[in-house]
Design a binder for this molecule. Structure first.
Ligand code: AMP
Length: 619
């Protein structure tokens, strides 16, 4: 349904479509930015303090969803209901994340290893897409509150190595949040745009974007020509970042200040406080030579040289990734013209100097490294809104794409790091006489056997005219568009039988599928609750049946015949009810039996008390 905004003051239909916001949907933090008076700005919180929205979603006991700083506070108190780092799960099947279970404090469901992961919170199941949508909704509200008007369109950034499933998942999250995602932009490209590197039209440039965040490291090598960005290669480490620096400081303190490691392992709050203190130390050391403080009566301190010694191995690891990226791009580090710094951890002086020394030139670090991607996304959004000249973006495919051939082998059709959009094809034939159908299974990955790669989808080319094996000529074409969505076409050239699929099958979701998925999760939640209600009622009823028997046995002497038969009758009714499926009936009969026996129980109690007052033993 189209929305028509009306400007009440002027009594006119408001023109609002010129606004498209830029969103950096990050692993740790997310931000939203837009162009104000020709300049990109990131939207801050109501107090004007921070533009970062922690990418954390908390589900309260009464079903309220909280995103951001308030959700972050729940990480310690309600880890099961607090979801973080959901970006790591985007577009992934359980098989992809197997082995990482311990990294997540919440439950990742593994009922079907091939299907997309889901996250369980209490009785409900959420997809990473739905959870990301909650973060996007919070960002939407933030920018709408600042602007005082609705926002419907956005550009969202993703890491350059995101595959088509992950890009599609990001788009779907936008849709679920009520945002029309006009483009998915690579984070390094956005960072380069924020520095206006595209404005130099005279020279070709090669740019290295070094992005060290809280938990991840990415290096991307871009080529810029005539305002066109091309990703030449990407590399990185999905578990390397500022968090490792914090942990290094913690370990150092535990060792040098004799902190009790066992108590820390036991006391979650204390270890969290220590982690925060370590982060504070790290941040202080970005400006000062020494950090000194205390925690729980312990004095803790560290100087910059010691800190540098602790983190050097991590920094060296990032430089190894840079070497690999240069190798993939077939470049020497001297050929890099500009180096752009992204991510909060690039504020660490050792990181800056090491990267600068490695590439042999000063780095771009004037903009806030936490905001730079969102600012670039806002600039790209402005370009799309027609407010700036069009900037074309090109990407590369991060993993090879191919099909399964005889013996379960992977036959690569589009090799990794190929510039997109692209298309490639190859001819195949049948292996059996008279074969009429050919299954085409599409995989992504670098391994020789398809079972070690990731299946993206499959289809069957039907109706091949019967011919001896080896005679049919089947051409398979891969077409990868600028958004990284893959189309696969198969055609038998002798008969012109043709078939094609778009690979979004089990990974990307259509709007209908998404609606269905949401509905199902709600329906299942209700079903689960109903089943649980019945089981609980039955259990309680069983206890009551046992108590009733015991009560009859022990108190026969003080009960009339009518009372005894009354209890027996209710008892039978309750027994019958527990055999049925109607939990309301069970509850009702339990109520009745309670009502009926309350005065009798009171009488039994009085009798016991009277007996005990007479000095008899209470058995
Ligand atoms: P990001 O994932 O890009 O938001 O990066 C967040 C990381 O940057 C966290 O590990 C922060 O501790 C770190 N960080 C933020 N400010 C500083 C600072 N001044 N010095 C060192 N690290 C910082």
């Amino acid at each position: 349904m189209a929305r028509i905004p009306i400007n009440i003051k002027e009594g006119k239909v408001a023109k609002e479509d010129d606004l498209i916001v830029g969103i950096d949907l990050g692993t740790t933090n997310s931000l939203v930015a837009y162009i104000k008076d020709g300049k990109a700005i990131a939207v801050r919180d109501q107090e004007g303090k921070s533009s970062l929205v922690p990418s954390i979603v908390y589900f309260s006991a009464i079903g309220r969803i909280v995103v951001g700083d308030s959700a972050k506070d729940k990480l310690i108190t309600h880890p099961e209901n607090t979801i973080y780092s959901v970006k790591r799960l985007m577009g992934k099947s359980y098989k992809d994340v197997a082995g990482l279970e311990n990294y997540f404090g919440y439950k990742v469901i593994d009922d079907d290893t091939e299907s997309l992961v889901k996250i369980r919170v209490e009785d409900r199941f959420y997809t990473p897409i739905e959870l990301s949508a909650e973060i996007l909704k919070a960002l939407k509200v933030r920018v709408e509150t600042e602007l005082g008007r609705p926002v419907h369109r956005a550009v969202i950034t993703v890491p350059a190595y995101f595959n088509d499933a992950q890009r599609q998942a990001t788009r779907d999250a936008g849709k679920l949040a009520g945002l029309d995602v006009l483009r998915i932009v690579n984070e390094p490209t956005a960072a380069s745009l924020a520095y206006g590197l595209d404005k130099d039209n005279q020279h070709d440039q090669t740019i290295a974007v070094y992005d060290l965040g809280g938990g991840t490291f990415d290096i991307s090598i871009l080529h810029l020509h005539d305002g066109i960005f091309e990703v030449l290669s990407t590399n990185g480490d999905t578990f390397l970042g500022g968090d490792d620096f914090d942990r290094a400081i913690m370990d150092y303190w535990i060792e040098h200040h004799q902190l009790d490691a066992e108590e820390l392992a036991r006391n979650k709050e204390l270890s969290q406080a220590l982690r925060l203190k370590a982060e504070e130390a790290k941040k202080t050391l970005s400006k000062e030579a020494r950090f000194q403080s205390s925690l729980n009566g312990y004095a803790v301190s560290i100087d910059r040289d010691t800190f540098n010694g602790l983190i050097r191995k991590y920094v060296d690891k990032t430089l190894d990734c840079c070497r690999n990226a240069l190798r993939d791009a077939q470049l020497d580090k001297k050929q890099i013209d500009r180096v752009v710094m992204v991510g909060g951890t690039t504020r660490v002086p050792l990181v800056k100097t090491s990267v600068s020394e490695f590439f042999g030139k000063p780095v771009y670090d004037q903009l806030d490294p936490d905001e730079v991607v969102a600012l670039g996304a806002a600039i790209q959004a402005d370009v799309l809104a027609g407010n700036q000249k069009e900037v074309l973006l090109l990407d590369v495919t991060p993993l090879s794409l191919g099909i399964e051939t005889v013996g379960g082998l992977m036959d690569t059709i589009i090799p990794r790091n190929t510039k997109i959009p692209t298309r490639a094809g190859r001819q195949y034939t049948t292996s059996v006489d008279g074969q009429r159908n050919l299954k085409i299974a599409v995989y992504q990955g670098e391994r020789d056997l398809v079972e070690n790669n990731r299946k993206l989808g499959e289809f069957i080319l039907k109706g091949i005219p019967p011919m001896p094996a080896g005679l049919p000529k089947i051409e398979i074409h891969f077409i990868l568009n600028a958004d990284g969505i893959l189309k696969v076409k198969a055609k038998e050239l002798r008969s012109n039988v043709e078939q094609e699929i778009e690979i979004r099958s089990s990974y990307g979701l259509s709007e209908e599928e998404m609606a269905k998925m949401l509905l199902e999760s709600i329906q299942h939640a209700e079903e689960d609750m109903a089943v649980r209600g019945l089981l609980e009622a039955r259990n309680e009823a069983r206890n009551i049946l046992l108590s009733a028997d015991k009560f009859l046995q022990q108190n026969r002497a003080i009960l009339s015949d009518e009372e005894i038969s009354g209890i027996r009758e209710y008892r039978e009714q309750l027994r019958l009810a527990t055999e049925g499926e109607d939990k309301d009936l069970i509850n009702r009969v339990m109520e009745e039996i309670n009502e009926f026996t309350r005065p009798l129980a009171q009488r039994a109690m009085d009798a016991v008390i009277a007996d005990s007052l007479r000095g008899k033993k209470i058995s």
